[in-house]
Design a binder for this molecule. Structure first.
Ligand code: ZN
Length: 68
């Protein structure tokens, strides 16, 4: 995953997707991340459910935030 600049329009984090992201997924892996450590993935409308399912299937807590 590349670094995401939340100020400029982010690009979807899904592999091979270059769409502008409409969503940010805020997540962490409780096994390796402390509670204060939050990872961010950008997601377009199409890939939001794909990325979210990937995280929830692994039991990672995640939140969805709209990109303004
Ligand atoms: Zn996408």
């Amino acid at each position: 995953m590349s670094e995401t600049d939340p100020v400029n329009a982010p690009v979807c984090s899904s592999r091979g997707c270059r769409a502008d992201a409409a969503w940010m997924l805020l997540w962490r892996n409780p096994r390796i991340h402390g509670a204060e450590r939050v990872k961010r993935w950008a997601a377009c409308d199409e890939h939001l459910p794909v990325l979210r399912d990937f995280l929830t299937a692994r039991g990672f807590p995640c939140e969805t935030a709209k990109v303004e």
